[in-house]
Ligand binder design. Structure first.
Ligand SMILES: Cc1cc2nc3c(=O)[nH]c(=O)nc-3n(C[C@H](O)[C@H](O)[C@H](O)COP(=O)(O)O)c2cc1C
Length: 333
């Protein structure tokens, strides 16, 4: 693959994705308002936060809330996790029956203890029988495309995640998202992109993930590994423009940093949506981390963050954003 392929559409079976830039599922982060922002800057496919199949089948209201898609958010993927093959298949069936998404992704990479204790997420790499049963049943339950997101291995020596890739495709998975880290590594460990290259020889489409923080990283990943697309995760935090910048880089060989004006306009737009969707209290609480990511690296951001964390009224939050923006503009002159 070369870098211009990043802008070419890709079909994951019936799910037509306008480019090969994927916005990763992130629990507590990839909610409706933020996905809407990511989409507006060019993310080809957005993912819900992961939802628990057991909770969904029980009719848990919060889980239902996670599934609302943003206006115009097509295509949209829902990621499910769980250790019970029956609940996973039933969840997939209901997602399709209710028309809630265009693609269903199985989480086989989450290293969080609570998730793994239930036999879900990255625990599936250590229990292949259960893993394959889940994939088989979910695939059988729906006509929507089913994909799997997993890590390359549990520990660096074994590469067990790579080993299962051909089986996942044989069982009917239509794509794999490979996070190029071991389950035993934390997020600060550099990813091993060579594993993406190896995985791309084992089954396709294979989307690479891990360590994309700048537009150049997206180009480097697709050209050096031959993967079919790239998935951006922490690189989009406070930086949703990264999708547009990758497109600029591919098209023109360079990209423009976001202006101060657009940065603050995006913060306000994001806050407005968050208030609309979650109400004043939750909307503000959810925005605190985003606002602090948006101002990372800007002069005087520590004071802004501190003040933000004490405000509980939307009017005050907007005013504080405006005040900080004005103070930065003055510094520019
Ligand atoms: C706060 C946080 C939440 C995450 N939530 C999910 C999730 O719900 N499902 C999932 O498959 N991966 C999740 N991930 C993993 C990311 O999707 C991605 O695989 C990982 O961050 C590596 O990519 P990066 O190096 O580009 O950040 C999460 C990661 C973080 C840091």
């Amino acid at each position: 693959m070369n870098s211009s392929d990043l802008l070419a559409p890709i079909n994951i079976e019936t799910c037509r994705i306008p480019n090969r830039l994927f916005a990763a599922p992130m629990a507590g982060i990839s909610d409706l308002p933020f996905r809407s922002i990511l989409k507006s800057f060019g993310a080809g496919l957005t993912f819900s936060e992961m939802i628990s199949a057991e909770a969904f089948v029980r009719g848990h209201q919060k889980t239902r809330g996670i599934l609302r898609r943003a206006k115009g958010e097509t295509p949209f993927a829902v990621q499910i996790f769980g250790g019970n093959p029956v609940a996973m298949a039933e969840t997939a069936r209901r997602l399709e029956a209710e028309g809630l998404c265009d693609l269903i992704d199985i989480n086989a990479g989450c290293p969080v203890k609570k998730v793994m204790r239930g036999g879900a997420g990255a625990a599936l790499l250590g229990d292949r029988e259960r893993f394959f049963e889940i994939v088989k049943r979910v695939v059988r339950a729906v006509s929507l495309p089913v994909t799997v997101k997993l890590r390359a291995c549990r520990t660096p020596g074994d590469l067990d995640g790579l080993e299962v890739i051909p089986v996942l495709f044989d069982l009917g998975a239509r794509g794999v998202f490979l996070h190029a880290r071991c389950v035993s590594w934390n997020f600060t460990h550099p990813p091993e992109w060579a594993w993406i290259e190896r995985a791309a020889c084992l089954g396709r489409p294979l989307i690479g993930n891990g360590g994309i923080f700048a537009p150049e990283d997206a180009v480097a990943m697709i050209s050096s590994t031959g993967c079919d697309g790239v998935m951006i995760a922490r690189g989009y935090l406070g930086n949703p423009w990264i999708f547009r910048q990758v497109c600029q880089l591919v098209e023109t060989g360079k990209w423009t940093p976001v202006s101060l004006g657009e940065r603050f306009e995006t913060m306000r737009r994001h806050l407005e949506m968050s208030l609309d969707v979650f109400g004043e209290r939750q909307g503000i609480l959810r925005m605190r981390k985003h606002l602090s990511w948006y101002v990372k690296g800007l002069a005087g951001n520590a004071g802004f963050r501190r003040r933000m964390n004490s405000l509980t009224r939307s009017g005050e939050v907007f005013s504080e954003i405006d005040r900080y923006f004005e103070s930065l503009k003055e510094r520019e002159h």
